[in-house]
Design a binder for this molecule. Structure first.
Ligand code: IMP
Ligand code: MG
Length: 173
């Protein structure tokens, strides 16, 4: 894969606009409460950083690290926890912040695990909702951008650990 195979699909301006909108929606839904954001590393690191600054309600943050991909582009369905939560979530209003939902295996696994820890509420926010390859029945409560299919990189998303630093999101042809 070379840079010639990549085309901008979602610009930094579009990404910023959608995150502003998500910030408004979430802030309206959580008025008077404190949110706990749980970022799913590594892909969501830029999204979480931008989203938390668009919130008009207080928010605390923690991270988990999950891995389902080897170095290919297809989910294995086997999810490995490489970093656990550090803060208790019992009684908290929790929002999982994902970069992209594809098959849905990663989210389902994390969602069910967190639910067992008795948060007051548990919702899902994803920057990208990729619909075509969904294997489990799980839907995000807050969606930045919807797409059908295709492999994307940039703005936190990688191919073999590369391209996370790009400010725009590119489709790989
Ligand atoms: P799922 O378990 O198949 O939903 O996979 C979700 C994870 O796979 C995401 O959190 C990403 O880290 C990764 N992923 C899925 N699609 C893409 C993509 O198009 N580009 C980069 N990473 C992806
Ligand atoms: Mg991810």
């Amino acid at each position: 894969m070379t840079e010639q195979d990549m085309k901008v699909l979602f610009s930094r301006e579009q990404i910023a606009r959608e995150i502003e909108r998500l910030g408004r929606e979430i802030s309206a839904d959580y008025t008077g409460r404190e949110i706990m954001l749980i970022g799913v590393l590594k892909g969501s690191f830029l999204f979480v950083a931008d989203l938390i600054r668009e919130l008009q309600v207080p928010a605390v943050i923690d991270f988990v690290r999950l891995a389902s991909y080897g170095s290919g582009t297809q989910s294995s369905g086997i999810i490995e926890f490489r970093k656990e939560l550090e803060m208790p979530i019992k009684g908290r209003d929790v929002i999982i912040v994902e970069d992209i939902v594809d098959s849905g295996f990663t989210l389902e696994c994390l969602y069910n695990k967190l639910l067992l820890q008795n948060p007051n509420s548990l919702k899902i926010c994803t920057l990208i909702d990729k619909r075509a390859r969904r294997e489990v029945d799980i839907d995000a409560d807050y969606v930045g951008i919807t797409m059908e299919d295709g492999f994307i990189v940039g703005y936190g998303l990688d191919y073999d650990e590369k391209y996370r630093d790009l400010p725009d999101i590119y489709i790989v042809e």
